[in-house]
Design a protein around this ligand. Structure first.
Ligand code: ASP
Length: 423
């Protein structure tokens, strides 16, 4: 069995859904477990619907629900030959049920409500795609992830129960291949032991594909994307990007850790544990090779990768009592940073001061000043960039520091990290 994952962009309209069918056809004769995300930007739209419900804004709630209904029905009108088809009834019933939620008792748990509503994006997309590929002659079946993926009750960030989930896939999913070639299920969602829907965190569908592959001992996983594979930098910030043909699981985890946003980082670990290769391929050019992520580290150093984090602030803290920075100060500093919910991107200490680099968007300067000013002299420098280069050499460093001043740098054998400012 092979696992495929199609993200929101690969099912964003009727043309895209037809393209999914043509990719499935390329793999005729294989048994495919297919994970699909919500269509286009539906998850964002569903988040706004939850917001309207929570704010008790009935007009806004109804408008947004009807907009989403129209969006899905329009796609279906281009896919189905007959609008009396059962799928219309199924989709309309889901939207009618969503609409009626406004009259339910006023919700008191935002995260719970979020999961019950936002998950509908995946439920709808998978119902539509399954009905469409069935109409086109594929032996496919819709499988409900809310009966397969078992999680705890940590709504919006649910943790997996691997044991129960594996049993579910072994007992309820794999046997369905005896009568079907393609089993289609939702990314991103799971369920608690009581049967309530949970979600695995935004962009969690990649992780779902990893879970299914792990639980079913799949041959491999392919994530179909609108890029040719994993690139060595984000084309938004970088000219002449290069595709990475092959990298190791370890390298993929490192890249994700430093902020490369190609694959949800949680996806890699289960695949690495069972040595299941992960392909990242273009859904526009499915015949092309893409990137393969697998165990061997031998090709990791061939192409340097660049990861940029913009809008950074470098803070430095100097104890006011002229003491050296010793462990006692450090633990105090970390304590204050955790009170400010700061996520540290880089840190460095000298005898007298301690510097941390933080995302400007996630931290309030006023709060940091309020927390630290009693005991420390605080300096900060805004508008900085953090550049991480994996497998760097001097030429790559020179390339990213043209017209830039380097404020701080850290190098290990494989990784250079530079905090820079435009000159
Ligand atoms: N639909 C979800 C999201 O947009 C999950 C995913 O697509 O990975 O976050």
């Amino acid at each position: 069995m092979n696992v495929f994952k199609f993200g929101g962009a690969s099912v964003k309209d009727a043309e895209a859904v037809k393209n999914v069918l043509s990719i499935l056809r390329l793999y005729q004769g294989k048994k495919l477990g297919v994970v699909i995300s919500a269509m286009g930007k539906t998850t964002n739209a569903m988040e706004s619907i939850v917001e309207a419900l929570w704010n008790r804004d009935e007009e806004q709630f109804n408008t947004l629900v009807e907009e989403r209904r129209t969006f899905h029905i329009n796609i279906m009108n281009d896919l189905f030959k007959n609008d009396q088809d059962e799928i219309y009834q199924a989709v309309n019933t889901d939207f009618d049920e969503l609409l009626s939620k406004f009259n339910d008792p006023v919700p008191d748990n935002y995260d719970f409500e979020y999961d019950q509503i936002v998950s509908l994006g995946e439920v709808l997309s998978t119902k539509i795609v399954t009905a469409y590929v069935q109409q086109e002659g594929v032996k496919a079946k819709w499988m409900d992830a809310r009966k397969l993926i078992r999680t705890d009750r940590d709504y919006r960030q649910a943790e997996l129960d691997w044991e129960k989930t594996t049993t579910n896939f072994q007992e309820r999913f794999i046997p369905e291949f005896s009568e079907n070639d393609v089993l289609i299920t939702q990314g991103f969602i799971g369920h608690t032991s009581e049967g309530f829907t949970t979600t695995l965190g935004r962009e969690g569908s990649d992780f779902s594909a990893g879970i299914i592959a792990y639980c079913c001992n799949a041959e491999d996983v392919t994530i179909w994307k609108d890029v040719p594979g994993m690139l060595n930098a984000d084309p938004k910030w970088f000219d002449n990007t290069v595709k990475l043909d092959q990298i190791s699981f370890k390298e993929a985890i490192e890249l994700a850790y430093y902020g490369a946003s190609v694959i949800h980082p949680k996806t890699i670990k289960p695949l690495q544990n069972k040595e299941i290769p992960l392909y990242v391929k273009s859904f526009i050019h499915p015949e092309e090779e893409g990137t393969v992520i697998q165990s061997s580290t031998e090709a990791d150093h061939l192409v340097p990768s660049f990861i940029f984090k913009l809008n950074q602030i470098l803070f430095s803290f100097t104890p006011k009592d002229f003491s050296f920075l010793v462990e006692k100060n450090l633990s105090h500093i970390f304590d204050l940073l955790s009170q400010a919910n700061a996520k540290i991107n880089i840190m460095q200490n000298s005898a007298l001061d301690f510097s941390v680099l933080l995302d400007a968007e996630k931290v309030s300067i006023d709060q940091i000043l309020a927390l630290f000013s009693n005991d420390y002299k605080v300096k900060f420098n805004e508008g900085l960039e953090l550049v991480t280069i994996r497998h760097y050499d001097q030429a790559t460093i020179d390339r990213v520091t043209v017209d830039k001043e380097i404020l701080l740098q850290q190098k290990t054998r494989e990784t250079a990290r530079l905090v820079v400012k435009q000159k």
